[in-house]
Design a binder for this molecule. Structure first.
Ligand code: 6PG
Length: 316
């Protein structure tokens, strides 16, 4: 995405759209291709979706990628909670389920406001179905487990039915756990819990919540690893992750990129290099970082960032 394009696009946002966002955030949008306009729900929403759905009004082309830059982590967390709660309400109303994918890292702490008023009581948690974009192949009670991280920091504080939290089977090998998670996913597609993208033929999660490592990895898709090119499987595995622990399972790019909404949380100066490579607009077809390969095929993507992460992009 070129920063010039982004800045120009931001000026076209209406003042009403701007006023819905946190006063300490800036909204930059980059139109890539037009999506069919999606009418907003006619019933009043308890959680206005803010900039993302505010732009998807009838007759108005929606942007596929948006960039939010926050001054304070507190504001980012508030915006992420509003975004997630709004999508929960929308998908619960539209299809009776909200299929949301978690990752590890600081993302879980950033979700904390969902477990507080007003969201704690107002969100229909019974509609939530929770998955992981990636998991370390360790027991569920291990300090490295993404399940444990999410359970301790978020899931134990909200009333999601336990049988709608789809943890990796921690009794299997990495290969076995990936195959098992994929088989369960196919079953949930069959049941209608997870939608299928008519565009890609891959599962279409309602919301994919991702973080990014300083090396530009997302989920357990690491730079230069052959599994970044996996284009058949839904779930695959690594046994040689450059970041410990070495054994992990992960959603593949076709699954990630088929999501209805991707929220990518990237904060801190340590991420500035990868953010610069991704957003500076300099096309590089070879040696793409995994984060550069996040390209929604049938949905929208929102970056939740801060100024340190954006610090190498001088024109933003
Ligand atoms: O499995 C992992 O190694 C982590 O889950 C990792 O993928 C994390 O999501 C990113 O490194 C971002 O983490 P931070 O937001 O904490 O920097």
């Amino acid at each position: 995405m070129s920063t010039a394009t982004a800045a120009a696009a931001s000026t076209s946002l209406s003042s009403s759209t701007r006023s819905r966002s946190s006063p300490s955030s800036r909204i930059l949008a980059t139109p890539r291709r037009s999506l069919p306009a999606r009418p907003l729900s006619s019933s009043p929403s308890r959680f206005p979706l803010g900039p993302v759905s505010a732009m998807a009004t009838p007759g108005e082309a929606a942007s596929r990628k948006k960039l939010l830059i926050f001054d304070a982590e507190e504001d980012l967390a508030a915006s992420l909670a509003e975004h997630t709660a709004g999508l929960s309400e929308k998908f619960a109303a539209e299809r009776g389920a909200f299929a949301v994918v978690l990752s590890g890292g600081s993302l879980i702490k950033a979700l904390r406001k969902l477990a507080e008023p007003p969201y704690l009581d107002a969100v229909d948690w019974s509609r939530w179905h929770v998955f992981w974009a990636d998991e370390r192949v360790v027991p569920k009670d291990h300090a490295d487990s993404n399940y444990k991280l999410a359970m301790d920091g978020f899931l134990s504080k909200v009333p999601i039915p336990a049988n709608q939290v789809y943890a990796m089977n921690d009794t299997l090998t990495a290969e076995g756990a990936a195959a098992d998670y994929e088989a369960r996913l196919y079953q949930l597609i069959k049941n209608g819990v997870v939608a299928l993208s008519p565009v890609t033929g891959f599962p279409k999660f309602d919301l994919m919540l991702l973080g990014m490592g300083p090396d530009g990895h997302i989920a357990s898709l690491f730079p230069g690893h052959p599994i970044v090119h996996e284009n058949q499987k839904l779930v695959t595995y690594v046994e040689d992750s450059p970041k410990p622990p070495p054994k992990r399972i992960t959603f593949t790019f076709p699954v990630i990129n088929s999501s209805a909404h991707i929220a990518l949380m990237v904060t801190g100066a340590g991420k500035a290099g990868a953010v610069h490579k991704t957003l500076s607009g300099k096309e590089s077809s070879s040696d793409l970082l995994p984060v550069e390969m996040v390209e929604p095929q049938d949905g929208e993507m929102t970056w939740f960032t801060d100024k340190p992460a954006m610090s190498m992009l001088s024109s933003i």
